[in-house]
Design a protein around this ligand. Structure first.
Ligand SMILES: [Zn+2]
Length: 342
């Protein structure tokens, strides 16, 4: 399995995060990449740097004004008197009655869905390189590889066409799926992060040619709070190509595996010929977010379950924070996947 990782992504080192109204250290730290790389090595794999894919794959999924915002916001923010070191929105538009603003404070509110996506000096450059990893994984799979893994951070699945959120800036999985679809494939996204993939759902919600399935903790009690319900099935031409499989808070291995199996059946019924997997290791019982109680062995068996479906897979890293088991969890997933593939 080819593994794509870009060292430049570690220059994105967000500090700000608000937990139940209290500023705390941001969990989406560069140290995550080091722990994931250790797991990649333990699985016997060697990462390679992806080529630059340029702007086109990003623009296929995100709006021009959003890409411009991500690229220019930090410098514009720093020019404000008394600005904080990172761009954090403090206003939100009421979208039904709002017009697109000119200044960076208003634009931050427009393009940031919550306070969990602070933009620092190197955020855009890092997000672009993370997306390069996803594009390289998609291209490897389109070129005949059975699987490829994009060690992408910052993650992406909470970002829609032009609204960031939940540590995510560019939607790496959507960029990969769109590239595969444009290349003539029939992709499905299977999102097994503990959080619903609301950004990916929004991007493909009206699309009949890309299936989106998400297995996650019930949004009534967990981020992203407002979407991810079972009744959201797509709209217009995309009706029937979105499926949400929410699980109750604290779900265990058995419930998670059962939902993943249902997700894989859904992908098969859709007739997908390639899978984009949004892999979130924040399902683990030791993850600081506490949404599910999945064991390391459960993550390993999920890898085997997904490999056994027999589709080529572009694996895109999403969440999974600085719990003690992050290294073992990625090694377990990749080991389980490779073991079942052989
Ligand atoms: Zn997550």
């Amino acid at each position: 399995m080819r593994v794509f990782y870009a060292a430049e992504t570690e220059r994105h080192a967000p500090e700000f995060f608000l937990l139940r109204g209290r500023p705390v250290a941001n969990e989406e730290r560069a140290e995550r990449a080091e722990r994931l790389l250790a797991g990649v090595a333990a699985a016997g794999l060697t990462p390679e740097a992806p080529p630059s894919a340029g702007r086109a794959p990003l623009a296929a999924v995100h709006s021009p004004r959003y890409l411009d915002f991500l690229e220019t916001a930090w410098a514009a923010w720093q020019a404000l008197p008394g600005a904080s070191p990172e761009v954090v929105a403090n206003v939100q538009p009421r979208r039904g009655e709002a017009s697109y603003p000119a200044g960076v404070v208003g634009r931050a509110g427009w393009h940031m869905g919550d306070l969990a996506c602070p933009v620092g000096e190197f955020t855009f450059a890092a997000a672009v390189r993370a997306a390069d990893c996803a594009v390289a994984a998609a291209d490897a799979v389109a070129g005949g590889a059975g699987a490829a893994y994009a060690l992408a951070r910052p993650p992406g699945h909470h970002t829609s066409r032009e609204v960031a959120g939940g540590h995510c800036f560019l939607n790496n999985a959507a960029i990969a799926a769109e590239r595969l679809a444009k290349g003539g494939a029939r992709p499905a996204v299977l999102d097994i992060d503990v959080h619903h993939g609301n950004g990916t759902q929004a991007i493909f919600y009206d699309r009949p040619d890309v299936m989106m399935v998400s297995v996650h903790t019930d949004p009534n009690h967990f981020y992203p709070w407002f979407v991810g319900h079972a009744h959201e099935t797509g709209i217009g031409a995309g009706e029937g190509t979105n499926r949400n499989l929410p699980l109750k808070l604290g779900a265990d291995d058995a419930a998670w595996h059962e939902a993943i199996a249902v997700g894989l059946d859904t992908v098969k019924s859709f007739g997908a010929d390639v899978l984009v997997l949004s892999l979130g290791l924040d399902v683990h019982e030791s993850d600081p977010l506490g949404g599910m109680t999945i064991t390391t062995d459960g993550i390993r068996r999920a890898g085997a379950l997904i490999a056994a479906a027999g589709l080529p897979v572009a694996i895109i890293q999403e969440g999974g924070y600085l719990g003690p088991a992050l290294t073992d969890n990625i090694a377990g997933f990749l080991g389980g996947f490779l073991g079942a593939q052989r």
